[in-house]
Design a protein around this ligand. Structure first.
Ligand code: ZN
Length: 115
């Protein structure tokens, strides 16, 4: 776990759907996984502000769309990579669910002061 060198030593090409990230499919899913793990830890604490929650939601939808584009762009993906893409989708979906639960919890008691 943790952050791996995203492009160090990687010889895979970055598909056009990921041109902005400059990552290959494998490293894109790895960076998403570690990003999600971090945000999940953050939301588990239950004190994520609304602004931050919106940010995380944006992260989920934007990267989910990117991942879908990569997955359906006709690249030749190995079965391993396909499985990895699916499990990354699942990670994004679970994070989204966590976020909903966290925001439900926070609307019961504590309110974050809007700035
Ligand atoms: Zn790579």
């Amino acid at each position: 776990m943790g952050t791996r060198g995203q492009t160090a030593g990687c010889k895979n090409d970055s598909p056009s759907a990921l041109a902005e990230q400059q990552l290959c499919v494998l490293h894109f899913t790895l960076s998403l996984e570690s990003g999600c793990a971090e945000m999940r830890r953050e939301t588990a604490l239950g004190n994520t502000g609304h602004e931050r929650q919106r940010e995380i939601m944006r992260f989920i939808t934007e990267n989910g769309e990117k991942l879908a584009r990569v997955a359906t762009s006709g690249l030749h993906l190995t079965d391993d990579l396909k499985a990895r893409i699916l499990s990354t989708f699942l990670t994004l979906m679970n994070l989204r669910e966590n976020l909903d639960r966290a925001s439900m919890r926070s609307s019961y008691g504590r309110h974050t002061v809007p700035r």
